[in-house]
Design a protein around this ligand. Sequence first.
Ligand code: SF4
Length: 318
Amino acid sequence: MYLYYKYSTYLKEKYGQKTYKLPVNLPLTCPNRDGYIGTGGCSFCGEEGAGFETLPSEFSVREQLRKNREYIGPKYGVELFIAYFQNYSNTYLPLEKLKGYIAEALEFEDIIEICLSTRPDCISHHYLKELTDFIARTRPEINLSLELGLQTVNYHTLDKLNRGHGLAEFIDAVLIAREYQVETGVHLILNLPGDDLLDVKENARILSVLGVDNVKLHALYIREDTELGRLYQEGSVDLIPLNEYIERVITFLEYLSPEIAVQRLLGRAPEEKTLFANWDHSWWKIQEMILREMEKRGSYQGKKYDYAGGKALKRFME
Ligand code: SF4
């Protein structure tokens, strides 16, 4: 039974075979940490800048890709890869420096795509034009894609989280990326304190009308070394129960365009220094609960995607 459009299916359709991401960590930071946009970072962000479970950035890009490919390739029977630069804000680097790192990835014949994880305010026309031109000159068959950290479309929540950007910068980044045929993925957290079910629906609605390419959902985890961790230990963070998270994911998928691929329904957290994660359940168990509930209800991605393209005018078409 079709429940949602899996990213793995999308990649298979696009590249004709199973394609996996190989994570790469670079030695960099983020403008919301180094003082340019803000200090201290987003209130939930730990020291790794969302880059745990990867090889350390002291390894060269070449070494990280080689080691990860040696491990992932045979384990999952995969022969085609995406170099996924995943920690902090990868486009918050001088262009020439990032080009140097990307050049190392382009040496691998079985790498077919470069994916850069970043913040919406680290995307500009000049930067993307330079990057796409550079890749086209070196390996014209290689695609460039972005993963933009948004977390929520609720700009009041973004402000409370000390994100240092609002919704407008995200929309701007998606529109700029489209001009250079750069695909966009979006990271969202559906259980942020302050967000309700209406925000969850609006997340799906805005991503759908903007026509982003894929989305990756996370459930919020709380780290000891963060501002949110401090507030949590103080008892001033309200978290929704697991059954409500399940409800939110199902609602999100129902409002999401069926054309947007979904990378995952929730993420994992590092074990050390984590105060709260996934309601003390394993991620796959919660995923199973979501899928079973969807089957029970006859729910599927796009079930409520009826609002785009002049909904009120549909009456004249009947
Ligand atoms: S933008 Fe990303 S890397 Fe920077 S502080 Fe926020 S979550 Fe961390």
